[in-house]
Design a protein around this ligand. Structure first.
Ligand SMILES: Nc1ncnc2c1ncn2[C@@H]1O[C@H](COP(=O)(O)OP(=O)(O)OP(=O)(O)O)[C@@H](O)[C@H]1O
Length: 253
C-alpha cells in the first residue's frame, strides 16, 4: 500500500470541502480522479501531497502518518504538479527541471552525474530537448506545463500526483503525455476532465460535492447513470475501431 486515506475530511474556514474520504492506493496503479468543477479533486490531491492536514481523518504513506514525514523526505517520495503551477523566478528550462533533484542534495551529497542523467531523461520524456536554455517567461502555457511535469519526473517519485496535466497541451502532447504517464512504473493519481482519458486508468475515483461517489474499474465508474447524476450529461457508450470503450456525449441535461 502506498497511500491510505481514512475518513479524510477537509474544511475551508467552516465550509466542508471533503467528507469522510476513504481510499487506498495500490503500488504501481494509475488512479484517475474525476468529478465536476468544484467537486474537491484539487483539494484531495493537495492533501495527498501533504500540503495541509485534513480537518479530521488520517492519511498514511505506508505505515507512517503523512504529516509526520519531513518536507524533504516527502519530496523524495511524492511529486505533485498542481493546476496553474507558476514560478516567479528567472529560471531556464533546465534549471526548473533540476529543482526536482533538490530533495536528494545535502552538504554530504552534492550534485552527481546520476542527477544529470535523471534531468536529461525527464527532459527527453517531455520532448523538451533543445529547449533547455529557454527562459521560463518565454514559454507558452503548454511548454510550461511540460517543464513542470519534467521536474516531477526528475524527482523520481514513488507517488506522482498530476492535477489536470493535459490542460494547455496540444493534442499530440496530450496523447504523448497520457501514454508516458500510463507507462510509468510508479503509483499515479491524475485529476482529469476528459472522461475518455479515464478509460486508460487502472481505476477511477468519482467525486461529487466533496464525497467519493464511486471507485473502481473505469467501466464500473463511467456509467451512464453517473454521467447523468454527477455530471448532468446524456452520453452513450461506443467502441473505437479497435474495440476500446469510448463515451459519446449527446447533450447537457
Ligand atoms: N480556500 C478555500 N476557501 C473556500 N473554498 C474553497 C477553498 N479552496 C477550495 N474551495 C472550494 O472547494 C470546492 C472544491 O474545490 P477544488 O478546487 O478542490 O475542486 P476541483 O474538483 O478541483 O474543481 P475544478 O474541476 O474546477 O478544478 C470548490 O467549491 C471551491 O470553491
Amino acid at each position: 500500500m502506498v497511500l491510505h486515506l481514512e475518513n479524510v475530511c477537509a474544511k475551508a474556514h467552516r465550509t466542508p470541502l471533503l467528507h469522510a474520504i476513504t481510499l487506498q492506493l495500490e503500488p504501481g496503479e494509475c488512479l484517475g480522479l474525476i468529478g465536476p468543477n468544484g467537486s474537491g479533486k484539487s483539494t484531495l490531491m493537495r492533501l495527498m501531497a501533504g500540503l495541509g492536514k485534513p480537518a479530521s481523518g488520517e492519511i498514511r504513506f505506508g505505515a507512517v502518518p503523512l504529516h509526520r514525514i519531513s518536507a524533504r523526505a516527502r519530496a523524495q517520495k511524492i511529486a505533485f504538479v498542481e493546476q496553474q503551477a507558476e514560478t516567479t523566478d528567472r529560471l531556464r528550462v533546465r534549471e526548473a527541471v533540476e529543482l526536482g533533484r533538490i530533495p536528494f542534495l545535502s552538504p554530504l551529497r552534492g550534485w552527481t552525474a546520476q542527477d544529470d542523467a535523471h534531468v536529461a531523461k525527464a527532459l527527453a520524456a517531455l520532448d523538451m530537448q533543445g529547449m533547455e536554455d529557454r527562459l521560463w517567461h518565454s514559454l507558452s502555457g503548454g511548454e510550461r506545463q511540460r517543464v513542470h511535469i519534467a521536474r516531477a519526473l526528475a524527482q523520481t517519485p514513488e507517488l506522482l500526483l498530476l492535477d489536470e496535466p493535459t490542460n494547455h497541451l496540444d493534442i499530440r502532447h496530450q496523447l504523448a503525455l497520457m501514454g508516458l504517464v500510463r507507462a510509468l512504473p510508479v503509483t499515479r493519481v491524475i485529476a482529469l476532465h476528459d472522461l475518455n482519458q479515464a478509460f486508460g486508468c487502472d481505476r477511477v475515483a468519482l467525486l461529487e460535492h466533496g464525497r467519493l461517489r464511486a471507485i473502481g474499474p473505469p467501466s464500473e465508474v463511467l456509467t451512464l447513470d453517473h454521467l447523468r447524476g454527477c455530471f448532468g450529461v446524456e452520453a452513450q457508450h461506443i467502441r473505437d475501431p479497435d474495440g476500446r470503450p469510448l463515451l459519446h456525449f449527446i447533450q447537457a441535461l
